[in-house]
Design a protein around this ligand. Structure first.
Ligand SMILES: NC(=O)C1=CN([C@@H]2O[C@H](COP(=O)(O)OP(=O)(O)OC[C@H]3O[C@@H](n4cnc5c(N)ncnc54)[C@H](OP(=O)(O)O)[C@@H]3O)[C@@H](O)[C@H]2O)C=CC1
Ligand SMILES: CC(=O)N[C@@H](CCC(=O)OP(=O)(O)O)C(=O)O
Length: 398
């Protein structure tokens, strides 16, 4: 399919109306898809007869990893995205069901090595590869492809900053200029027009969603921001590492990356853009004995004269029309167990007992809103679809 075909993908009015009724929680939704029912779109829909039978043909690079397999799980119920290519490295040649038995029902092509991948039957790619490997691979992809990259390789606007924090040269500086940071609720308009989206890190997602609206409205100080964050072990990927053995993780927690975690520049970049001033943070992540889930507890100083009510109201204004970011009722504490397997971010803000300070709690599933769910939300936006398409899974509980 040519890029002309790709950009001509539209969805008919009847389908669009149906998807508009799909509100999961009765909240007013952002339905931002293009609405056309031109003869070309019908023709295109008829001409799409690929193996998947779906309009947009998807490649998942790194399907044998945790975020790649989560994309496969989410796409199982997507009405318009069908997987036509999957890659793996050590597991190349295997089927998705043999590598991930929970996906045994998915009738998909076997995974191939990247060097053997053919992109002639692919329109868009989710790139779920380790950072550091991704720049060379994306650079070599056909320019007609839309790409959502889940790694950190295109998240930092400053090349020097990438090289400092990731300890290696940036190998695609020209592509970096084109990349749009994919924090959907904040940068939706830019994402709509993007070809390459750098999907945010999981910790930066939990932190920027509450802080960006507050910094934009000048309600909190840009100094003394303290972030205590916690992640499930799937955040470290599926590769075998001694530090991630059951015996090293169970029945205890530990902090890591103190003062030097590579998400610091990403967090500070987004917060500084929002504040129009340099923001620095104290950020300490912790590894928790759970497979999924992430919480950031954020300690902030309110600007003089601002009250906890003002913070609450600002977050309400920012997110009341959003499908996936939910400000809880006053006093209700967000729990990671209430977002497991879903694309929701739950937020709340609490008064500190120290006057002038507030405590924000933000939770997500690191593999969904922190990675593959947000990536799918972004590709929906890039393709002109309602952004909740295929994402209305309710959390898995208990
Ligand atoms: N896990 C999470 O919660 C989050 C992860 N991310 C980012 O998403 C990306 C993927 O993470 P995740 O799925 O957890 O990682 P995994 O380690 O679980 O998976 C990595 C995937 O990349 C493949 N791979 C590894 N090395 C190479 C290589 N040199 N060439 C080609 N393919 C390779 C692996 O293949 P094989 O297994 O066959 O060897 C596997 O499919 C990373 O950049 C990560 O930082 C972002 C947000 C959250
Ligand atoms: C628990 C754990 O190890 N988490 C990972 C972060 C999750 C992630 O993969 O983030 P990126 O997309 O930026 O790589 C870490 O701390 O490096």
């Amino acid at each position: 399919m040519s890029s002309a075909h790709l950009s001509s993908i539209r969805f008919d009015r009847e389908w669009f109306r149906k998807s508009e009724t799909k509100s999961s929680n009765g909240r007013k939704l952002h339905i931002r898809g293009s609405v056309t029912s031109s003869p070309q779109s019908v023709q295109f829909a008829e001409a799409k007869a690929e193996k998947s039978g779906k309009a947009v043909r998807i490649g998942v690079l790194g399907a044998s990893g945790y975020t790649g397999s989560e994309i496969v799980r989410l796409l199982a119920n997507h009405p318009h995205f069908g997987i036509t290519l999957m890659t793996a490295d050590r597991k190349a040649g295997q089927s998705i069901g043999s590598v991930f038995p929970h996906l045994i029902t998915q009738d998909l092509p076997d995974m191939v090595a990247i060097k053997d991948a053919k992109f002639s039957n692919v329109d868009a790619v989710f790139c779920c590869l380790p950072h550091g490997t991704t720049q060379d691979i994306i650079k070599a992809l056909p320019k007609s492809l839309k790409i959502v990259d889940l790694s950190a390789d295109f998240r930092l606007q400053e090349i020097a900053e990438y090289e400092e924090w990731y300890g290696q040269p940036h190998r695609a500086p020209d592509l970096q200029k084109e990349a749009v940071y994919g924090l959907t609720e904040i940068l939706r308009e830019e994402i709509k027009a993007a070809r390459l989206v750098a999907n945010p890190g999981c910790y930066p997602t939990t932190i920027q969603l509450p802080l960006v609206p507050l910094l934009k409205a000048n309600l909190i100080e840009t100094r003394n921001l303290i972030i205590d964050a916690k992640s499930g072990v799937s955040g470290a990927g599926r590769g075998a590492k001694e530090a991630n053995l059951y015996t090293e993780i169970a029945e205890g927690i530990h902090s890591y990356g103190i003062t030097r975690h590579r998400h610091v520049p990403e967090i500070e970049q987004g917060l500084s853009d929002a504040a129009h001033a340099k923001v620095t943070v104290s950020f300490t992540p912790h590894l928790m004995p759970m497979s999924r889930g992430m919480q950031s507890t954020i300690y902030v100083e309110m600007t003089p004269g601002v009250t906890i009510e003002d913070l609450y109201k600002q977050l309400k204004i920012a997110y009341e029309d959003e499908e996936f970011v939910i400000l809880l009722e006053k006093g209700v504490v967000p729990h990671t167990r209430n977002v497991r397997g879903s694309n929701y971010c739950l937020l709340n803000v609490f008064p500190d007992r120290i006057p002038g300070r507030a405590i924000i709690v933000s939770v997500i599933d690191n593999l969904v809103k922190g990675a593959s769910g947000q990536a799918l939300q972004n590709l929906n936006v890039m393709m002109g679809l309602p952004e909740n398409t295929g994402l209305l899974y309710q959390p898995l509980f208990p």
